[in-house]
Design a protein around this ligand. Structure first.
Ligand SMILES: [Zn+2]
Length: 702
């Protein structure tokens, strides 16, 4: 996953130099950072620093905007569009630190401030995008755009800036504008509430507490140890605790032989924020969806989906539906076949219950062991987090000539966070890379990339500072964290996003790196997974954490062979969630009962009871708290791009230098500086085809 900036930043950069009066402690945001590479001085930042910095940042931002809007000179590209790129630097500086740490390392105080500040920020940005004088200047320049002799990137900056004003409501009547502001404010605070409910339900809600050793039956020792440590950390010394998070639940579902406990834990997971208590998200969803319809209507669209898709590669709901339909049917057929196989196994074992959703991981693992003769536990010792990361660095080196050097003296915001200098071909520092991999209760679920500073070549060269945040198992007493193969893929995935930020080479910050549309942004990340799982690459980094021995060829072959394993399940749970997202945003009237709406959508597509949608609505943070509304399909869309984009590497060799140099030139370094399909065609010579994806998922035979 990639987390977008918390709100739509059309405007970045310019500095906020400010000093506190004598005797008052310096607010690190209000002075120039005295750190290397402009890294935020994390050790000096206190929660109390954020709010005054936000306030000062907004004040400065508005005054910068006013001086552009009120400039007496005739509007030009330079004095308006370029000048906008220089505004809001202080606000950007504090926002990025605050929201990144809110996701990665939050506390009650920060949660509280997030609820308070989000609607304020939302109306702040409304003030700018609805500034009539400013928009008039932008529009005049946009009207003249073909006579201005602009470079491609300048043209892109102009059209994107203009578009973001229009999409924010600049062409609306005064009355509609007022309504829009109100809606945006409400939506922003509702999405914060949604997120906090999910986090609380996950961390403070149900825990599976095991007191009797017998109930650990089937679990591998490292999983037992982790559960023991987790229990200790919450004051349940001597017991074992499992939480409704993927990192804690999946191993339990996979290995536990206790069917009733699997059911309890699984149900607690899928019922998060759907327990009819004060942390229930159903009313929030109903309200958000209704507000989104109103918002779309203001812009002349019937549905929110139409409003969102206008600004993507896919463009229309029809194209999204077509894609989902092509994959859904073979995926579902395959999932049914997988159910059948597992049901047979259950019978063979002498049981006679019907496979349920909470049994899936357990029997899938058995089938895998039977069919491919290895288990997750066999391969984990070869995938220590450190070795996998080295493997990812090595891939980046072979493809793009860049290298990573660990530093131990750069500011970090807590333990287990690592920092690296990224060096270009000439050994010059071109970026900084942070990893924050360890799971902990005050971190949001899943994995993501974000940036503390984006790259730009504007007003001097600004190197990017990029972070990857994941939820990998905590290191054992020797500092080793062993990853499942899914986590290996996650590491490569997020590293792909990081490369998109690090290799960015554009002029203007607002077009930098991952500032592309939702249905393109997952291309660089998903593409990187291809190297992570390639047998030739695995062999270079998968070394036994104790003996240092390379992974046996035989095991690598098994991993590769197993890659199409369970794809019916993976495809079905994902596409079901995508349909759900589309359903929530293609309605024209509000929904009165979120629960029955969800149920009817999933029934209509024919989802089988053995598979649950990847996200149920009440914890579908992507679409209700993360900016992926009508965007969850993007992963599949970009998987089409990604499978197609990897083809030339299959043909020419996985480290073919000409192909990788084109890849860097047209995909990884170009940010949003030109039309994205055009960029893709430059790289590949044609629009993407869907066949490589079907083949990759093993769905081509259906
Ligand atoms: Zn991603």
């Amino acid at each position: 996953m990639y987390k977008k900036k918390p709100f739509y930043l059309i405007l970045i950069i310019f500095l906020g130099l400010g000093c506190q009066p004598n005797g008052v402690e310096m607010n690190p945001f209000l002075i120039d950072y005295d750190t290397p590479y402009q890294i935020p001085p994390f050790e000096k930042i206190k929660v109390s620093h954020y709010e005054p910095a936000f306030e000062e940042g907004m004040k400065q931002h508005l005054s910068e905007i006013e001086s552009i809007a009120n400039n007496n000179e005739e509007e030009t590209f330079k004095n308006t569009i370029v000048e906008l790129e220089r505004t809001g630097k202080l606000l950007d500086k504090v926002s990025r630190v605050f929201f990144n740490l809110l996701g990665a390392n939050t506390n009650d105080e920060m949660d509280l401030l997030a609820s308070k500040i989000s609607p304020i920020l939302s109306s702040h940005y409304d003030k700018i995008s609805l500034n009539e004088k400013l928009f008039k200047r932008v529009k005049t320049i946009h009207d003249q755009r073909n006579d201005l002799d602009l470079t491609t990137e300048q043209m892109r900056l102009l059209t994107e800036t203009h578009k973001s004003f229009v999409r924010s409501g600049a062409l609306l009547s005064e009355e509609s504008m007022e309504k829009l502001k109100e809606i945006n404010k409400k939506l922003s605070s509702l999405s914060i509430d949604f997120d906090q409910n999910v986090l609380k339900e996950t961390n403070e809600g149900y825990s599976l507490i095991i007191e009797n050793k017998e109930e650990l039956d089937g679990l591998p020792q490292d999983i037992i140890d982790q559960a023991y440590e987790l229990a200790k950390s919450i004051g349940e010394e001597g017991k074992w605790v499992f939480k409704p998070t993927r990192v804690s639940m999946y191993p339990f579902l996979t290995y536990s032989t206790k069917r009733n406990l699997r059911e309890k834990l699984y149900k607690s997971y899928i019922n998060r924020a759907d327990n009819n208590n004060e942390k229930d998200n159903k009313k929030i969803i109903e309200e958000m969806v209704s507000l989104r319809i109103k918002k779309a209507n203001l812009f002349g669209f019937d549905t929110y989906a139409e409003y969102v898709l206008e600004n993507t590669m896919a463009k229309t709901t029809q194209r999204v539906d077509d894609l989902l339909d092509v994959v859904w049917e073979p995926g579902l057929k395959r999932a049914k076949k997988e159910v059948q196989e597992m049901q047979e196994l259950i019978q063979e074992e002498g049981s006679n219950f019907k496979l349920a959703a909470w049994d899936w991981w357990h029997y899938a693992e058995k089938i895998r062991k039977q069919k491919y003769d290895f288990s997750e536990e066999d391969i984990k010792p070869y995938f220590s987090e450190d070795n996998v990361l080295k493997g990812a660095f090595d891939v980046a080196n072979k493809l793009f000539g860049i290298s990573f050097q660990e530093r131990s003296d750069l500011p970090i915001y807590r333990d287990n966070v690592r920092t690296f200098e990224v060096l270009d071909e000439n050994q010059e520092v071109m970026g900084i890379f942070y990893t924050d991999y360890t799971v902990r209760p005050n971190k949001g679920g899943g994995a993501w990339m974000n940036s503390f500073i984006s790259q730009s070549n504007f007003d001097g060269k600004q190197i990017p500072i990029i972070a990857n945040t994941c939820n990998f198992p905590p290191p054992d007493k020797n500092g080793i964290s062993l990853l499942s193969f899914e986590q290996v893929e996650t590491l490569f995935h997020e590293f792909g996003h990081a490369l998109h930020g690090l290799l960015s080479d554009v002029e203007y910050p607002s077009l930098s790196g991952t500032s592309v549309s939702r249905d393109f942004v997952e291309l660089p990340s998903q593409l990187m997974e291809n190297w992570g799982r390639h047998p030739d690459v695995i062999k270079t980094y998968a070394k036994h954490y104790q003996t240092g021995e390379s992974i046996p060829d035989e095991l690598v072959a098994k991993i590769s062979k197993a890659s199409a394993f369970n794809q019916g399940f993976a495809t079905t749970e994902y596409v079901a969630a995508s349909y759900l997202d589309m359903a929530w945003h293609t309605i024209k009237e509000p929904v009165e009962d979120a629960a029955s709406f969800e149920e009817s959508v999933l029934n209509e597509i024919g989802l089988i009871p053995e598979v649950e949608t990847r996200y149920r609505s009440t914890y579908f943070g992507h679409i209700f708290a993360g900016g992926y509304a009508t965007g969850y399909y993007s992963y599949l869309w970009t998987e089409v791009l990604e499978a197609d984009a990897f083809e030339p590497f299959k043909e020419n060799g996985i480290f073919d230098q000409e192909t990788s140099s084109n890849l860097r030139k047209y995909i990884y370094s170009t940010g949003n500086s030109d039309d994205l399909m055009t960029q893709y065609i430059r790289y590949r010579g044609a629009e993407p085809k869907i066949e490589p994806l079907l083949e990759k998922r093993g769905l081509d035979e259906f």
